[in-house]
Design a protein around this ligand. Structure first.
Ligand SMILES: Cc1cc2nc3c(=O)[nH]c(=O)nc-3n(C[C@H](O)[C@H](O)[C@H](O)COP(=O)(O)OP(=O)(O)OC[C@H]3O[C@@H](n4cnc5c(N)ncnc54)[C@H](O)[C@@H]3O)c2cc1C
Length: 569
């Protein structure tokens, strides 16, 4: 692959500026994050290793899992098969998925969903008592199980947290809320052996401390807050991805960001987490129209309004350009109030709070950041390129999503790979692998970062939204990169920000944004979640994954890995 025209070195620091740890804690395994990935990993690890420490940035329920609406995909219908699910996933991933990872996802998925039901998660059921299944964009079968109509994530999160509460007195598992992981600890051989974390607690564990463990599982979720408008909650600041990068772990496919086509448009300049109108609403028959009431998805894709998300998002952007409007509309009126209220109670409730009734009004919608398809690269057991470090859920790049995630595959990925990780960690610890690090031997990677002030967060988000958003060009990406480089420079000025959670999060957003823009600038084609106006076509020479890794000197090196051709017909 030729060198990209957007040259320039990318350098990242080895760690964030933070006070010396004032306290220490010890565990066998540290799990960071309490979404579907972290909770499932911790519950499966309990009793299989002596001591699990689960830490989470705010409260257990906060994270994208809680917000998931549409459902969880699995071939549960007798008319469906893992093979069909595999095929739809590969098509959505536009040739860049790892087939073995997808095979693991779709074949193990139905059993994992069954275990979730056994744990207490209550999915919506039909008159025959079976789990109701619906369809979402990119799926050729009804295979999306949902709960509470459109509150699937809330129910899954409730069930997992309830299971955790039942065992919270078990000395084998400790849960610490309001604990923000700042960076990873490495031993002299470069193996991960713990984390530094900031705890807002009362008593001994207050402020920055060091928790040591034989293995660390990052389950920190997405990076949505790197953009001005996202469906992701405020905790999604890419902390795990940034910490893994700084520690020298390989990341992959980070340029592939999914922009959800139908996020409620709340007016120009709306910032932060925006209300999502689930794809399942289109799955039940709603469709997109422009300001003149014209349906514009017909003729663009055989699945029309249910085409994969990148296709729909791009069509909306093009339609907005053609009409000069800053949004389009979703028409769900024909579904009727009774059906909408019963099937989508949360969405209808939220819309009505905002003065919009989907039963009588067209809903203004626009694409917004929704999902990070790439992340910290792992193998089929969730192992990253750094010994002792695992990644699970949205922070990871297992290879199941390729250039674009198929709807409702992410909750499933968290479930399936959490179990694989827990089994791998337990087996390795049982076999005496990953020995504990003697006290005093853990170090922090060299090259400390000055911090960006919390007040600079809007500047990072503005630069990313303007140049590295749903539609990109070489020029827009270059502008983003220089704006971020300037911010990185600014953080070195004498009045640098003091270390605190907001400054750490803002600096994480900067590091994630820098890598994302760097990789997006290199990929001169349009594929999946990476849409280039200046390279509108798919280029077979780019049928591969980009990986990036920070070396000991701070320089980020990028490599390209061709993926064998797949049958996507
Ligand atoms: C509005 C919305 C709707 C969605 N709908 C669906 C859907 O229908 N189906 C589907 O499959 N997917 C859906 N998704 C995507 C899916 O919800 C997520 O990809 C998935 O829940 C991610 O799970 P996770 O466990 O990896 O991360 P999360 O659930 O985001 O959890 C991450 C955890 O890490 C913690 N954390 C973060 N940083 C730190 C730190 N520095 N220190 C300590 N803890 C930290 C967070 O507080 C949180 O507890 C949706 C997402 C959104 C936002």
């Amino acid at each position: 692959m030729a060198e990209p025209p957007t040259g320039g070195d990318l350098r990242l620091p080895g760690r964030l500026r933070a006070p010396q740890p004032g306290w220490t804690a010890q565990a066998d395994v540290i799990v960071v994050g309490s979404g579907i990935a972290g909770l499932t990993t911790a519950l499966r690890l309990r009793r299989r290793v002596d001591r699990v420490l689960l830490v989470t940035k705010t409260v257990l329920s906060e994270g994208s899992t809680e917000w998931a609406q549409g459902g969880i995909a699995a071939a549960l219908d007798p008319a469906d098969s893992p093979q069909d699910h595999l095929h739809d996933t590969l098509v959505a991933g536009v040739g860049l998925c790892d087939v073995d990872a997808v095979r693991a996802l779709v074949t193990e998925g139905p059993a994992r969903v069954g275990e979730l039901v056994a744990l207490g998660a209550e999915f919506d059921r039909g008159a025959d008592g079976g789990i109701k299944l619906t369809r979402e964009g990119g799926h050729h079968r009804d295979r999306i199980a949902h709960a509470g109509g459109d509150a699937t994530g809330r129910e899954i999160s409730r069930a997992l947290i309830a299971a955790l509460r039942q065992v919270q007195d078990d000395p084998g598992i400790e849960v610490v809320e309001h604990a923000l992981v700042v960076d990873l600890l490495l031993d002299a051989s470069g193996r991960v052996c713990g984390v530094t974390l900031h705890v807002i607690g009362e008593g001994q564990r207050d402020g920055v401390g060091a928790a040591r463990a034989r293995a660390v599982v990052l389950a920190t979720g997405g990076l949505g807050q790197v953009y001005g408008a996202t469906t992701n909650p405020s905790v999604a600041t890419g902390d795990g991805l940034a910490a893994a990068l700084r520690a020298g772990a390989e990341v992959a496919d980070v340029e592939f960001v999914q922009f959800h086509p139908t996020v409620l448009w709340l007016g120009a300049g709306s910032r932060g987490q925006q209300p999502l109108i689930s794809e399942a609403v289109r799955g039940e028959g709603a469709f997109l129209v422009d300001r003149d009431g014209v349906r514009f998805m017909h003729g663009r894709h055989p699945l029309a309004d249910l085409a994969p998300r990148d296709v729909v998002a791009r069509a909306i952007v093009e339609q907005m350009r053609a009409t000069g409007e800053d949004h389009v509309y979703l028409d769900a009126r024909h579904l009727g109030a009774a059906f909408l209220e019963q099937r989508f109670p949360s969405i209808v409730g939220r819309c009505r709070e905002l003065g919009l009734d989907p039963a009588t009004t067209l809903l203004p919608v626009v694409p917004a950041q929704h999902y990070a398809s790439g992340g910290v690269r792992t193998d089929l057991h969730g192992r990253t390129s750094v010994e002792g470090l695992y990644a699970c859920g949205e922070v990871s790049c297992t290879g199941v999503h390729g250039a674009n995630r198929l709807a409702s595959n992410s909750l499933l990925e968290g479930l399936v790979f959490a179990r694989r990780i827990a089994d791998d960690v337990a087996a390795r610890l049982g076999a005496g692998e990953l020995p504990p690090v003697p006290p005093g031997r853990a170090g922090r990677p060299s090259g400390e970062a000055a911090l960006l002030a919390a007040s600079d967060r809007g500047l990072v988000q503005a630069a990313m939204t303007a140049g590295a958003g749903a539609v990109r060009t070489a020029e827009s990406l270059e502008r983003t990169r220089s704006a971020l480089d300037e911010l990185a420079e600014r953080s070195l000025s004498p009045d640098v920000a003091e270390p605190d959670p907001q400054a750490w999060e803002t600096t994480n957003l900067l590091h994630v944004g820098q890598v994302l823009a760097h990789l997006a600038g290199r990929r001169e084609e349009t594929r999946g979640g990476h849409v280039r106006d200046d390279f509108p076509g798919q280029d077979p020479a780019w049928r591969g994954n980009q990986r990036a890794v920070r070396g000991p000197d701070g320089r980020v090196t990028t490599t390209f890995h061709l993926v064998p051709e797949q049958d996507l017909t």
